[in-house]
Write a protein that binds this ligand. Sequence first.
Ligand SMILES: Cc1ncc(COP(=O)(O)O)c(C=O)c1O
Length: 432
Amino acid sequence: MKSLKEQDPEIYDYIEKETQRQNDNFELIASENFASKATISAMGSVLTNKYAEGYPGKRYYGGCEFVDEIEDIARDRAKKLFKADYANVQPHSGASANAAIYLAFMSPGDTLLGLDLAHGGHLTHGSPVNFSGITYKAEFYGVEKDTGRIDMDKVRDKAKKVKPRMISIGASAYPRDFDYEAFREIADEVGAFLWMDMAHTAGLIATGELNDPLQLCDVVSTTTHKTLRGPRGGMILVGKDGENKLGVTARKSGRVKNWSEVLDSAVFPGSQGGPLMHVIAGKAVAFGEALQPEFVSYQKQVRLNATAMANAFTNRGYDLVSGGTDNHLILVDLRSKGLNGKIAEESLDRAGITVNKNMVPFDTESPFVTSGIRIGTPALTTRGFGKEQFEQVAELIDKVLQDPENEERLNSIRSEVQAMCEEFPLYDFVTV
Ligand SMILES: Cc1ncc(COP(=O)(O)O)c(C=O)c1O
């Protein structure tokens, strides 16, 4: 058989270019990270050929003896990592994991109470353009204008008013930690399920850098490719398995089932077909890496770096939503600098610095322009950047934003970025 390079030089060429882009730029998108060579290798394996509908020991296809072992290892490592009774590693993505959770616990028309997208929430938490907002009645809580933080008294008032069937926690752009005890109390008061979507923060939660939602929430979903640093994918966890008396699947079947049974059937056959066994192998490898002591120090560094960068921006007169960060990301409000997110993202891109424009709470600009940028530390921390380098990164970002249309200056910053990237090499291969 031919190699990719021989078979399809055009695609190989673009992969090579993308590898070079990742090697030569500051990757600061808060939802991205760099998977290990071992994880990428598992994903690029013959496991992609295997159909394995069902679960280990209960498949609808023959020849599953080895993929059964792989999925079992992935589930066991995930359970160990998060001290969970149950893990489902089959969701193809974060959005797919969330779809299965809705299917398990909500009927069409039921009410969800989630964090407003414009205040840092995610599309799958009830946005009108997403299946979650189309199928269910979405109500929202937000952050306070003066603090940028969630006020739990207001969440309680809203929950009492709208009586949700499920309350979601979790965000794509919220720089602070969550008070799971307060959310649990509110959920119990109004008789709602409590779901945490820790897509962004799973790695920090696994290593104790952030509060742990596993024992307080009924169900937890995550992606596996952000702070968790695995392959692109999703996962569902339950801290404490037990009878689920309220879930839709249980009600429909006419008998009480455990959370784990309900969720397994909501993923397959409820919302997905065959699992991606090559990605599940990648998840197993990444979870194995996450169980090593180095992962604990990595997550600690991710947070230290975010704090260092937040301080560097504050010292340069930037407004940060909520005044700083507890986690891996900061949200810079550019209005006081007379800039918007679109201009900032584009000029930083020309200097080799990749961030994304992002709405800030109470934004007056459209989502295509925005007033802010979101900056995350997981990827460059994987590369080996520490506090000192992140302070330099903040300085370079500031230089760009002081004069965003000055091409000569952008080019000279581009060279500085490249030099720093060369000091901290990343990938030495194009395909594994
Ligand atoms: C909080 C949250 N949930 C879910 C998702 C969706 O994940 P995916 O892109 O894998 O579908 C994201 C992705 O950014 C997210 O931030």
